[in-house]
Write a protein that binds this ligand. Structure first.
Ligand SMILES: Cc1cc2nc3c(=O)[nH]c(=O)nc-3n(C[C@H](O)[C@H](O)[C@H](O)COP(=O)(O)O)c2cc1C
Length: 401
């Protein structure tokens, strides 16, 4: 039996007001637009496309939309054009928040630091828990990461806390701290990338020490009413990585320190990227789109070996997510392979408090509204995953449209 106290919720009643975890925030529906890197920023400053993109999501019935991958500092970016929190970007983000509110929606910022997973050579300072070869960025001259010392740890934690506070001040409704997908805080959690011998490495209690410290710092900086969400891997999807057992341990700790809700996901971008997506690997298009000849050749040679395929299945993380559901009482947000009305009801009946969606809403921002009106029962997204390639071609979009 699930530990969740939530009663059965039908698809239709998921479109009513619901408080988010222990916070003061109320969403108009239980659906959340998951963070999907938009590619709608120039030199780190978001553009007007980003605003239009998120407004379309809110108009489509989600209670909250999540702006993806906001780096807490310029050296926390994976790519040069990636959004990062500074005065200029905050001005555009304020406009975004105001417009989302005018539509009756709420907006969350995903806060991240890439760690060693970067090809942004404007910063030579690759940070990570251990010394790691950067297979992703070495063609940009970024070979090995620097092992973070106490000063680095404190500086980055401060950046997370101050970024969250600034977003709160300009009217954002929530922040989501990225502890998954192989970025910096996930690099601490994973035994594959955390080889430290000090109090931050080894057992899960040690590996989670720094990520939990960062989340705690953020919670303290914004106060108890403001929702702090965490995106956490169920597992890394690769042998020897962060495990489901680790996930349950970290979830219990997050509950204790007052995190509002956990978005459950999985995968490690530099090692098992398609574990979190499933479906087709658009390798040919990725090669075509690579920025240099060297990158094209490297991807053509190593892509088929490195980019492992995972078959798509509706609600592909549900079985593992239910195991976490049984262990904590806090709000859990289901994410991964949501596809149909029936499938959504299955998630709700298993005690998940909210449901996040990515590709179905990229394919059609009106997906939920159409389903509510009985016009469709299933998403038209075929998981070709070409939306990923489009990020670098002017902004994320569905190629089927
Ligand atoms: C184009 C694209 C970009 C993504 N960018 C991010 C991101 O910036 N941050 C993140 O946490 N997840 C990102 N994801 C993963 C999604 O949030 C989600 O975990 C995944 O797509 C599975 O959900 P779905 O089946 O509803 O699409 C991205 C996914 C896609 C398709």
């Amino acid at each position: 039996m699930s530990k969740s106290k939530s009663a059965y919720v039908s698809f239709e009643s998921a479109f009513s007001d619901k408080k988010l975890g222990n916070s003061a925030l109320c969403l108009k529906s239980r659906f959340i637009k998951a963070a999907t890197y938009e590619g709608m920023a120039d030199k780190g400053i978001p553009n007007q496309k980003l605003i239009a993109h998120h407004l379309s999501m809110v108009k489509g019935g989600v209670g909250m939309t999540t702006v993806a991958y906001g780096a807490v500092s310029s050296d926390g970016r994976t790519f040069k054009d990636q959004l990062y929190i500074n005065e200029e970007s905050l001005a555009v983000l304020k406009e975004l928040a105001d417009k989302v509110h005018d539509e009756g929606g709420k907006v969350c910022m995903q806060l991240t630091h890439c760690g060693y997973f970067s090809k942004d050579n404007s910063s030579k300072n690759l940070l990570a828990p251990s010394k790691i070869f950067n297979a992703y960025g070495f063609l940009s001259g970024l070979f090995y990461s620097k092992v973070m010392d106490e000063n680095d740890l404190e500086r980055v934690a401060n950046k997370f806390a101050s970024s969250a506070r600034k977003l709160q001040e300009i009217g954002f409704d929530a922040v989501e701290i990225h502890l998954g997908h192989g970025y910096l805080l996930s690099q601490f959690l994973s035994p594959l990338t955390n080889k430290r011998k000090d109090k931050y490495g080894g057992s899960i209690s040690n590996r989670s020490r720094y990520p939990l410290y960062v989340v705690d710092r953020v919670i303290r900086s914004v106060g108890p009413d403001f929702p702090v969400l965490v995106k956490l891997n169920l597992d890394d999807g690769i042998k020897g990585g962060f495990s489901l057992e680790d996930c349950i341990y970290v979830s219990k700790k997050l509950e204790k320190i007052g995190c509002s809700a956990i978005v459950l996901s999985g995968g490690f971008t530099s090692k098992s990227a398609f574990y979190l997506l499933r479906g087709r690997v658009p390798l040919k298009k990725m090669i075509k789109n690579a920025s240099s000849i060297a990158e094209k050749i490297t991807m053509a040679l190593f892509g088929p070996v490195l980019v492992k395929k995972f078959k798509f299945k509706e609600n592909f993380f549900l079985e593992k997510a239910i195991k976490v559901r049984k262990e904590v009482n806090m709000d859990l947000i289901y994410l991964g392979g949501v596809d149909s009305k029936k499938g959504i009801e299955k998630i709700l009946s298993n005690g998940f408090n909210f449901i996040a969606l990515a590709r179905p809403l990229i394919h059609d921002p009106q997906f939920l509204v159409k389903m509510k009106q009985g016009r469709i029962y299933k998403s038209g997204c075929n998981r070709c995953n070409e939306c990923i390639v489009e990020i670098d071609r002017g902004g994320v979009r569905c190629v089927l449209n």
